[in-house]
Design a protein. Sequence first.
Length: 67
Amino acid sequence: MLSVEEVAKSFAQLPPDALKIGISGGNHAQFGWRGEQSGDMPALISHEEQQAQVIATILHVIEEAGK
């Protein structure tokens, strides 16, 4: 698993205007329906809350792309 710091270091490889969204309290397993993942930290928010944040972000990106 990558730490938040390791992920942040990789941002330099992205375009400057790339959208970067963090889900505070979420974890890898709850991003989808994968079940527990080795090395994953326990989530601090419900699966439903994490999924709602992911969906809201995807919809935002789609709306912005249509402008």
